[in-house]
Write a protein of this length. Structure first.
Length: 534
């Protein structure tokens, strides 16, 4: 049983590697994409194009607009929307890929297969480190069985698995690991604030906040970790005042991590600190906490139900660990408040409440307390508890595949859509009927309304191409994701634009049908059929 956590971690890592090779995101150019592409763009700009100002993108807008999304600042310089914290983390993997790309006959452009694979495997490395650190933390207080069950639930039974294996370039698995390392380092520092621990804490505070500035909240644990009484809090303040020199070291090294970003902003914008998100911001007076926790669109407890046990476990924490209940509780409440005060509380196209993933290492502590408590109860309660945990574990794994295959929509789920998809891995053909999309332009202003939509269903053919090239077979894509290839569509003709405009020719039979939704469960069916000569 002493090595049970090692067996568990090996199983988790093998499952994650299998999922990465099952998806093969590097072959589909899906690793360095969307947000990851923005985080990453500092590296090819600096080390391949030798231009951190991004002015090179103006020389060939068509070529570079796919990869580089820098925005123009009021001062005239181009800046990257996301801070450069993730670029620091990617850099070792980038340099490894850059050194082998050409010898392996790939383009050394920063985006070919070696670069994509390097980022993917880098995430697994951080995942492995995080799991070992979490096991080290939990083994101090809990039984081997509890530690292993907690590792399985957190690693595979939540959306952490998806963002490690399928979208590994996102920030979450890295901050998951950094949060755990921060807790371990802080715990040691509070017992003995040595210089090397102060340096480590400063570097951790710097990189955690540079990756995601709102995660600066973790610094609150300096005041609250290990505190269980008012007298303890006063003693903590005295400790921090007495060891001001060590706090200064922490602050200086945190600032040192931020210095490249500050210099970059100063050069490009003329300002030491520049808010790159422009009109996007927080609405602290109108947080969407209930939606963020319980809505079918992105509710944390809907798509990560095992975390209900983590929250419940806070009440049992004092039985197993002294002095962490207050810190974890205050951090959780404030973190939820900040995360769901963001204008896009659903965080765009994503699986579940993804910003919460960063703190899963901290929440694993009360989750373990809850598991330990249940396993120590009567036999029938223990069996029931294990059964519930197994169901939650399998449910989390299943939902990962649901999201990958589109059965769970990235930003428009509703209760009706959720239960229509329940138990299905592949997308239900009628799913588009029950989706609701929020108007992002109005949400930025704090106005949350759904977009009126005309939704199609079972569209046999659609095309938004202007020209069907005679050298290739045109394909049409239905709304349920089915691609239709037809060798008869080999023409070179221009035809009218439009989502449902397509050229059929005289020979082939054509069918088209769509539902026009008036309101949920009320719709018109429109069908158009054309009989060809053949």
């Amino acid at each position: 049983m002493r090595k049970l956590h090692l067996i568990t971690i090996i199983f988790i890592l093998l499952a994650t590697i299998w999922l990465q090779f099952f998806v093969k995101g590097w072959k589909q150019d899906r690793i360095i994409d969307w947000d990851t592409m923005i985080y990453y763009s500092y590296l090819p700009a600096t080390f391949i194009h030798n231009d951190i100002t991004f002015e090179f993108t103006k020389t060939d807008i068509e070529k570079y607009s796919r990869r580089f999304w820098a925005i123009r600042s009021p001062g005239g310089g181009l800046v990257v929307k996301m801070s450069m914290g993730m670029a620091f983390i990617y850099s070792p993997f980038f340099f490894i890929a850059h050194s082998v790309a050409q010898p392996l006959d790939y383009e050394a452009d920063g985006y070919s297969v070696p670069y994509q694979m390097a980022i993917a495997f880098g995430a697994i490395l951080y995942f492995a480190i995080g799991l070992f650190l979490l096991a080290k933390l939990l083994r101090k207080y809990f039984s081997p069985l509890t530690v292993s069950v907690t590792l399985l639930l957190v690693a595979l039974g939540t959306n952490l698995w998806y963002y490690t294996a399928i979208e590994p370039g996102m920030t979450h698995v890295y901050n998951f690991t950094f949060f755990i390392l921060y807790i371990l380092t802080l715990d040691s520092w509070l017992k003995s604030p040595k210089v090397k621990l102060s340096i480590g804490l400063g570097l951790l505070c710097g990189i955690i906040s540079l990756i995601r500035p709102s995660n600066t909240l973790i610094g609150l644990l300096f005041l609250l970790w290990g505190i269980s009484s008012w007298d303890g809090f006063k003693e903590r303040i005295r400790l921090l005042l007495r060891r001001w020199d060590r706090l200064l070291i922490v602050a200086l090294f945190a600032i040192a991590v931020w210095m490249p970003q500050i210099i970059y902003w100063k050069v490009q914008t003329g300002q030491l600190f520049y808010y790159t998100y422009e009109e996007q911001g927080f609405f602290f007076a109108n947080p969407h906490i209930i939606d963020g926790l319980f809505s079918f669109r992105k509710g944390w407890f809907i798509y990560t139900p095992s975390m209900l046990f983590a929250v419940a476990g806070i009440f049992y924490l004092p039985r197993y660990i002294k002095g962490v209940t207050l810190g974890i509780s205050v951090f959780l409440v404030l973190n939820v408040y900040i995360i769901f005060s963001w204008w896009s509380w659903w965080y765009g196209g994503s699986f579940g409440a993804r910003p919460m993933i960063d703190s899963y290492g901290i929440l694993a502590i009360p989750l373990a307390a809850m598991i330990e408590q249940m396993l120590g109860m009567r036999k029938w309660i223990k069996i029931s508890a294990i059964s519930i945990m197994l169901v939650l574990f399998l449910h989390g794994v299943f939902q990962t595949f649901q999201y990958y295959y589109g059965s769970i929509h990235w930003d428009s789920m509703t209760k009706e859509a959720y239960f229509l998809s329940f138990g299905r891995i592949k997308q239900h053909p009628e799913l588009p009927l029950f989706l609701k999309k929020t108007d992002s332009d109005r949400a930025i202003k704090g106005e949350y309304v759904d977009v009126p939509q005309v939704k199609g269903l079972k569209v046999l053919v659609e095309c938004d191409l202007e020209t069907v090239n005679s050298d290739s077979t045109a394909y049409k894509t239905s709304l349920d994701g089915v691609e239709w290839g037809n060798p008869y569509w080999r023409y070179k003709d221009d035809f009218k634009s439009g989502k449902y405009s397509f050229y059929t020719g005289k020979e082939n039979n054509t069918g088209f049908n769509a539902f026009v939704v008036v309101k949920p469960n009320h719709f018109y069916l429109i069908e158009v059929w054309k009989k060809g000569r053949s």
